[in-house]
Design a protein around this ligand. Structure first.
Ligand code: SF4
Length: 342
């Protein structure tokens, strides 16, 4: 398979230019287009000779994906459906905050093997991993869409990123390195369903990425109703891995908790969750369920507020995800599934 232009380092490109008969400075120009102007299409690299543009297109996936559809909610959250070189689809979201900052929510896999029961993305399993080049190109397309580099990235789109460490970690390196996109690791959140081996590997990087762990339940019995075997790890192991991450990265871990009516939203659940979060110095982020066509329902406003109060009563820091984006495709993975039906 061809390589992806977006994750060729300066050294890789210099080597390729030398072998292909182009001077070294061309490698620098190509990198400037990618990292400075977010362009991965050689046809748009206007200071390159035509023959070099053609050679790049023949050698690499460049570009390897395109925006197939944009779904914009009234509050300006935009979901981008991206078509990959093999005709698969992924999604990313562009999320503006009131203060002008923009967050990208990026995918790491095509489909997802975890299969959380409330999630549209996991419904049909894993198709394949994204490569580091594709993860970076997703970011580039987002930058092209907003006309600048984003302020924050959350890897909370389609896929369990820590099952794809071999591709995600080089992409993180390129996003944060000075010679790459120079984003602070503190502005990048890696989300996991609690895949313990991947949490350990991320901790070994000893970087200040934010780690968000989707706990969704404070006890095994409830969690088994939400996350199926075999990729569901014991809660004790997950919290131990979260402690290890906090110690090695110096960052507090966030426990993500999707609130599902009648499943995990009782006061008892809230009290247990609060105690666990307090004990493990973790923050809690509550996410009232955004209904898709599953058996799950969103709790009432009163239940959500009561749950929040009970969890916070333990002393833990509790936030609630801001409600934004209510279009028909607002739920994660919905656009991609609809694309498959077309
Ligand atoms: S919620 Fe995340 S981990 Fe779970 S199935 Fe969906 S994409 Fe995968």
């Amino acid at each position: 398979m061809k390589n992806f232009l977006t994750n060729q380092s300066a050294a890789d490109l210099e080597k390729w230019c030398a072998v292909s008969g182009y001077p070294k400075f061309r490698a620098k120009q190509i990198r400037q287009w990618i990292t400075g102007k977010f362009v991965s299409d050689p046809d748009r690299m206007l200071n390159l000779p035509n023959a070099l543009r053609e050679a790049l297109k023949a050698e690499f996936f460049a570009p390897s994906m395109k925006i197939a559809e944009v779904d914009s909610a009234p509050d300006q959250v935009a979901k981008l459906l991206l078509q990959l070189h093999d005709n698969e689809h992924i999604e990313m979201a562009v999320i503006p905050a009131g203060d002008g900052r923009i967050t990208f929510c990026l995918s790491t896999q095509v489909g997802c093997p975890v299969g959380c029961r409330f999630c549209a993305s996991g419904k049909h399993g894993l198709k394949r991993n994204l490569t580091a080049g594709e993860i970076l190109e997703e970011f580039l397309l987002g930058c092209q869409y907003i006309g600048r580099k984003c302020d924050n990235i959350v890897f909370m789109g389609i896929g369990e990123g820590l099952l794809n460490c071999n591709e995600l970690f080089p992409a993180l390196e390129e996003l944060t390195s000075e010679s790459g996109f120079n984003l602070s690791p503190r502005r990048i959140t890696v989300s996991t369903s609690g895949y313990v081996p991947g949490m350990k590997k991320l901790a070994e990087l000893e970087k200040e990425f934010v780690l968000a762990v989707s706990l969704h339940a404070p006890d095994e019995e409830t969690r088994a109703k939400i996350i199926p075997d075999p990729l569901r790890f014991p809660i004790d192991d997950i919290l131990q891995a979260a402690d290890n991450y906090r110690e090695r990265s110096g960052r507090l871990v966030t426990l993500e908790y999707t609130l599902l009516a009648g499943i995990n939203d009782s006061d008892t659940h809230a009290e247990k969750l609060g105690r666990l979060a307090y004990k493990h110095h973790a923050k809690v982020n509550l996410i009232p369920y955004n209904a898709t066509d599953t058996e799950f329902r969103r709790p009432s406003r009163e239940r959500i507020e009561s749950f929040e109060r009970k969890t916070a009563a333990s002393g833990a820091t509790v936030t609630r995800r801001v409600e934004r984006g209510s279009s028909k495709n607002a739920a994660c993975g919905q656009l991609r599934i609809n694309a498959g039906k077309k």
